[in-house]
Design a protein around this ligand. Sequence first.
Ligand SMILES: *Cc1c(COP(=O)(O)O)cnc(C)c1O
Length: 391
Amino acid sequence: MSATARPEIVVDLAAVRHNLRTIDALVGDDVATMAVVKADAYGHGALEVARAAREAGTPWLGVATVPEALALREAGDVGRLLCWLVLPGEDLTAAVAADVDVTAATTAHLDLLARAVEASGRPARVQLKVDTGLSRSGSTAEAWPALVAAARAGELEGRWRVTGVWSHLAAAEEPEHPANTQQAAAFHAALAVVEEAGLRPEVRHLANSAAALLHPDLRLDLVRIGLATYGLDPAPDVAHGTDLRPAMTVTAPLTMVKQVPEGTSVSYGWRWSAPAPTTLGLVPVGYADGLPRAAAGNDRPGPAGAPAEVEVGGRRRPLRGTVCMDQVVVELGPAGTEVGAAVGDVVRLVGPAPAPSAQEWAQACGTISYEIVTRLGGRLVRRHVDSEEGA
Ligand SMILES: *Cc1c(COP(=O)(O)O)cnc(C)c1O
């Protein structure tokens, strides 16, 4: 091993392009794609992922907040860009000036936009959001006709153009869930109000990654692709055969390897003891870096669940004992089995096979892969690579 190998997150931008092109081909020419790069691109680096998405021909980017949108503009992105989380009283001038599509779910949001239009001296791009059953953001069905009417009035006055109408699904990863058909029906009813008012939005959209893969009838004009952009499966319990490549690999060097006798207890609380002589390895990544403490399977009273695993030299090795703030112990193999791991060897914590997937970590922790990748960070150094560079 040459230079010191720091614990790091390596993101392959070729995988991002592959995933977006795969979905673009799947949904066909009549459906536009949006790469959702909120939350620093689910922990993958928003600016780099945004650039890769544009290289892959993705016409839309999506983020939650106005600052996330402005950061992309400051980095030079000039394509279509939607944001959907407006704070009370937020100044939207910069967003309007930067040609960001801003989501309005209430007439108060339209009022903020009207102020921003006056301040920036240019018309806004507005997308209206209706709540069809997630009961999160979005106009209620009751308030919808008034919101649509106000939006239409502002459009006729030249304040803005209503570029989109959209909603968000509650259970797209469960194909048989009644929410899917109910929300689709509610959305079509909301669209009828929009048509009736004389609005002609460029895009009507409902689908996240899971809906884009599993529900062709819900793709409409555009699909908002978050998790699948990163090569993670939004519907791990449903077979769909879409070829997604995980973009993120988390690696660290083994910092210590030691033989211990039977009965040796490991880490805080002595929650695991070696049933036989074995070899332990120390990995310098902990919960301060986003490795969930729950991944050891022993953070709750009662019988321990199966711990998460890491990969060393092509083989899976289980976490042992409690995950610490800065490090975690793995079992490299009971004595007698061939260990073959030494200080400095590369440990893959998350990544494409044979490394454990973010989904496997999620299973060990009772969560979803979204939470695993978005929380990885801390002292991990993020590096972007392109496995197809020069290819
Ligand atoms: C995060 C988000 C998405 C992306 O969801 P995925 O399941 O990651 O594809 C799409 N739309 C909205 C409104 C979101 O907040």
